[in-house]
Ligand binder design. Structure first.
Ligand SMILES: [Zn+2]
Length: 78
């Protein structure tokens, strides 16, 4: 045995554990694309969270206005 450790290298898939395989440069482009996708996904998620937050504040404000309105009407009717 010349290799004490067997690596599951797959240069065709751009995967290497030993660090000595000649990997195709496409892997870096793939990683950049994944990073860009993650950034876009994070931005979209943040946008949705902000919209949900605004809607929640808006709904809370409407609910409070409704409660105050009901209280005023009840006070006038008594
Ligand atoms: Zn390798």
């Amino acid at each position: 045995m010349t290799r004490p450790v067997s690596y599951a290298c797959d240069p065709a898939q751009g995967y290497c554990e030993c660090g000595r395989c000649a990997l195709p440069p496409a892997r870096n482009i793939d990683l950049d694309a994944v990073a860009n996708l993650n950034r876009a996904t994070t931005a979209t998620a943040m946008c949705l969270v902000l919209i949900a937050l605004l809607l929640g504040i808006f709904a809370a404000g409407l609910w409070r206005t409704e409660q105050v309105h009901k209280a005023i009407v009840a006070e006038r009717n008594v």
